[in-house]
Design a protein around this ligand. Sequence first.
Ligand code: C5P
Length: 227
Amino acid sequence: ALRGVVALDGPSGTGKTTVARKLAAKLGAGYLDTGAMYRVVTLAVLDAGVDPLDADAVAALARAVRCEVATDPATPGARLDGTDVGETIRTPRVDAAVSAVSAVPEVRELLVQRQRTLIEEVAREAGGVVVDGRDIGTVVAPDAPLKVFLTASAEVRAARRGAQDTAAGRETDQAAVLASVERRDRLDSSRVSSPLRPAEDAVEFDTSDLSIEQVLVALTELASTRG
Ligand code: C5P
């Protein structure tokens, strides 16, 4: 039932999102950025003045707002109640609150359900879909024929995140970026509800010393045999 689904999991700064989009484009498949969905809900929480730690209020808001993400790897984008929030969801304010929001079980149930529906739709329409997240291989699409888990050292990941921020014109403080990356991974890995961890049958890649291009070559090869 899950033909053509590539589950791509791992912490931030592993090159995961760049690799996922390029892989999808190369395979002519769709792309689903599940992190963007959690980010849109987090932005809604912050904009509404709701405390990200107030699980009941966060769950109620998640049910009330409309969050949409684009599924074409060439044109990434996200909308909150129809408004373009593609840039705003990448700000440090959202980075700081997204782990708390995504740890709320009701938020996860709601988004996982939507992700499964989207995966089926996009896989059917595009012939395949690359899904970028933390729990895709373990929870969202445990039947995916190809599961990949990307890792990299915290320093390398912080450097990549910092470079992304600089490229996007945001001011960066490398020590703050490292602290933020480490904090988010700690929270994501230790949460009770579907923590960040590799699926047992995932192929693990340490990307610390690999270029995006090298990772892409390896994954394209794997996808052609297992996708
Ligand atoms: O991938 P990205 O860094 O945009 O994800 C932002 C946050 O969303 C993660 O730090 C994590 O807290 C949450 N997330 C999640 N499950 C996913 C994808 C993202 O909990 N499948």
